[in-house]
Design a protein around this ligand. Structure first.
Ligand code: FES
Length: 298
């Protein structure tokens, strides 16, 4: 599967240069390894699971133990947006042959184990060899969190690039405009009883971070990506689109980017806020997290 086609065209020379400069500096996201002991886990009784390193949107406040894992993006020739599912291979674990979904991407090892927490490890869509009816495309849910999405899309529709053409100026009265245009949806859930909730965001900040490793945002913050993170962003985002599994790593609620007016009380009006216990995540700060993923029940 090709995932490095013209995502940020015309910028590779500059990218290489910036990487050399930024790569040596110790900036946000470098070595930010999250809590290593999170989920209680047993290594037996299922496949996969164990110590897992994942790229995540950073958790910056509240009780959540770590960031939420990214889902790498691909955009097809018609402008429809899907999540990359890692390559599936067979291997032997404890004498039993099991399937593993894992691949090298952007200097990282991207694995289905990134999503094995909060019970998602039992979902049909997270089984390595499962081929969902709707492919790996992201689909709009029946009850989206944003008015623009409710107006423009029906449940089950695919997301396409053109729906986000105003992403550089979009706002909804929560926080400042120009941080990006969000959507809520599902992934690898069509035709199953389990709903894998995702958040999709198209942001000029992600675009700039992938291209140059640094961006001054409309909220006055400067976000940085070191060389490794920039390499990962180049591979895992496309045209400013970024996605993550939208399950709070605290107690598994569904957070939202600019979804809740009350988030301003927690300085989260320009980020991702979980209303259950006020955890805050910043999708412009991508970090490497280490956690103990749970085994799949197969
Ligand atoms: S902060 Fe507790 S579930 Fe999100």
């Amino acid at each position: 599967m090709s995932v490095d086609d013209d995502k940020y065209p015309g910028d590779s020379g500059r990218r290489r240069f910036v990487k050399g400069v930024v790569g040596g500096a110790s900036l946000a996201g470098v070595g930010a390894v999250g809590s290593a002991t999170v989920n209680s886990v047993t290594a037996s009784g299922g496949s996969g699971g164990g110590t897992t390193q994942a790229m995540a949107i950073e958790n910056t406040a509240g009780p959540a133990p770590r960031g939420m894992p990214q889902i790498p993006i691909e955009i097809d020739g018609d402008g429809a947006i899907r999540g990359v599912w890692p390559e599936v291979t067979s291997t032997t674990e404890q004498g039993v042959q099991v399937q593993v979904a894992e691949m090298d991407m952007g200097g990282q090892t991207y694995s289905s184990e990134w999503f094995q927490y909060c019970g998602v490890e039992t979902y049909t869509g997270i089984q390595p060899g499962f081929e969902p009816e709707g492919g790996n495309y992201f689909h709009s849910g029946a009850d989206p969190a944003y008015q623009w999405q409710a107006d423009a899309m029906s449940g089950g529709d695919r997301f396409t690039v053109d729906l986000f053409s105003d992403y550089e100026t979009w706002g909804n009265g929560i926080g400042v405009e120009g941080m990006g245009k969000p959507a809520t949806g599902t992934w690898r859930s069509q035709g199953t009883e389990d709903v894998i909730t995702i958040q999709l965001l198209r942001s000029p900040l992600i675009e700039e971070l992938a291209n140059s490793g640094s961006v001054r945002a409309p909220n006055g913050e400067t976000y940085e990506a070191d060389g490794d993170t920039q390499e990962w962003l180049q591979a895992s985002t496309s045209q400013g689109f970024i996605a993550w599994l939208n399950k709070c790593t605290h107690f598994c609620c569904v957070p939202g980017f600019k979804e809740n007016e009350g988030s301003a009380r927690y300085d989260a009006e320009n980020g991702v806020y979980c209303p259950c216990h006020q955890s805050v995540y910043v999708p412009f700060q991508i970090v490497s997290t280490v956690f103990t993923s749970r085994p799949r029940p197969d």
